[in-house]
Write a protein that binds this ligand. Structure first.
Ligand code: HSE
Length: 436
């Protein structure tokens, strides 16, 4: 059979990894795909880099439009990132009848509904495994391996940079900024690192996982997003004393009232496997009604791990090229006509347990005032820690774990607690999940 000609957009970290692995494992990949796959055309400003990678036979251009408009290219592999130029290029590639593979989670989370509709109209495939959890084939697992199940919930550590930072803070008491710089140097971080530390990258990924789990259109704007930039070394240590690790978690859960779709720092009991996923590693736990709990673990970022997912998608697309488009795996797991607009719950309606830390004056009656405010909203305390005041200080840290409560009630209680004269500054609150 004729070889499949790939047009590669970008030779950054993932582009280089993809070229390297495609060349190194060409023979094995061909044995799996049933056809030779070769990089025919590359959009890059760095011709020397392409040659150094061994792409000696590929045509090179610094104009990506040349690649998407080239009639010889069967499949466009988009590794530029961003959601403006990348989107225009993909839409054009699809209009030109080309299949598309991308690692671009922002693009899929923000514009996937439109891109999939265009691809379905044209009978081409858009594959995006590398966009979620790097090298872990979690989209494949959810979309195919778990297709018998009603998914009850899923929870994932889906940003390698954030997990790397939290792990270094936990294990080596390192400074936040110093660890972030290292993650950037290692090629884990997004071009704009606030995407990692403010949770936006994880929210892109969670939005995709949630749609695939529940058969809903992509709803990025409805994903509640909170990053790790306000997590302090004190909170990491106090959580540890209470038997928890702090992880940045993306969580989607089906409830009677709607879908919870949220990304935020979370205390997880140390006995849970996922609480022990450290460094750049990612993990996604999926609870299906038939299978029960399943856990997918692996590297969430980096050149070759992400290339592993990109190339698996290339092979999948090659295998399905000759299949009737109606018999391909749907982009969001469910048939496009069967997607449902189930409501994503506002965060105020979500129920979780909470970790609260506050600095209070060390005098009689303060704790009584705080527990009265909590009690009035039916908020029950599960565990409590009080620290001795530091030398020459009259304020003490108190830390509480509450039982599950509607977030709106907790917001009201925190607002009132912060008004108390004995409470200094803001109350720190972090959600707690038992993942049981
Ligand atoms: N910046 C992302 C992360 C890269 O750290 O997980 C992989 O999506």
């Amino acid at each position: 059979m004729e070889p499949v000609r790939v047009g590669l957009l970008g030779l950054g970290t993932v582009g280089q990894g993809t070229a390297t692995v495609l060349l190194r494992n060409a023979e094995e990949i061909t044995r799996r795909a049933g056809r030779d796959i070769y990089v025919d055309f590359v959009a890059t400003r760095d011709a020397a880099k392409a040659k150094a990678l061994g792409l000696t036979a590929a045509r090179l251009t610094d104009n990506a439009w040349d690649v998407v408009d080239d009639p010889a290219v069967d499949m466009v592999v988009e590794l530029f990132g961003g959601d403006t130029l990348a989107k225009e290029l993909l839409v054009k590639a699809i209009a030109n009848g080309k299949h598309v593979v991308t690692a671009n989670k922002a693009l899929i989370a923000l514009h996937g509904n439109e891109i999939f509709a265009a691809a379905e109209a044209k009978g081409v495939m858009v594959a995006f495994e590398a966009g979620v959890a790097g090298g872990i084939p979690v989209i494949k697992a959810l979309r195919e391996g778990l297709s018998a199940n009603r998914i009850e919930w899923l929870a994932g550590i889906i940003n390698g940079t954030g997990n790397f930072i939290l792990t270094e803070m936990l294990q080596k008491s390192r400074d936040f900024a110093d660890v972030l710089a290292e993650a950037q140097a290692l090629g884990y971080a997004e071009a704009d690192p606030t995407f990692d530390v403010e949770g936006i990258d994880a929210a892109h990924k969670l939005t995709i996982l949630s749609s695939i789990a529940y058969g809903t259109p992509l709803q990025f704007k409805q994903t509640y997003t909170e990053g790790i930039s306000r997590i302090t070394a004190e909170d990491v240590a106090y959580a540890g004393e209470l038997g928890y690790n702090i992880k940045h978690l993306g969580l989607a859960r089906r409830t009677a009232k709607g879908i919870e779709q949220r990304v935020h720092p979370t205390l997880i009991p140390q006995r849970c496997l996922i609480a022990n996923v450290h460094g750049v590693m990612n993990a996604v736990q999926v609870q299906g009604d038939a299978v029960g709990p399943t856990l997918y673990y692996g590297p969430g970022a980096g050149a070759e791990p992400t290339a592993s997912a990109v190339i698996a998608d290339i092979v999948d697309v090659v295998r399905a090229m000759t299949a009737d488009p109606n018999n391909r795996v749907p982009h969001l797991a469910f048939q496009p006509s069967k997607l449902t607009n189930t409501q994503v719950l506002p965060i105020e309606e979500v129920e979780t347990a909470f970790y609260l830390r506050m600095k209070v004056a060390d005098r009689p009656g303060v704790l009584a005032d705080i527990t009265r405010i909590l009690g009035e909203r039916d908020i029950s305390i599960e565990a409590f820690l009080q620290k001795e005041p530091a030398k020459d200080e009259s304020d003490v840290d108190i830390i509480m774990l509450t039982q599950r409560v509607r977030e709106g009630n907790m917001n009201e209680a925190i607002g009132q607690i912060e008004q108390l004269a004995a409470v200094a500054g803001e109350v720190t609150r972090i959600r707690v999940e038992a993942l049981a």
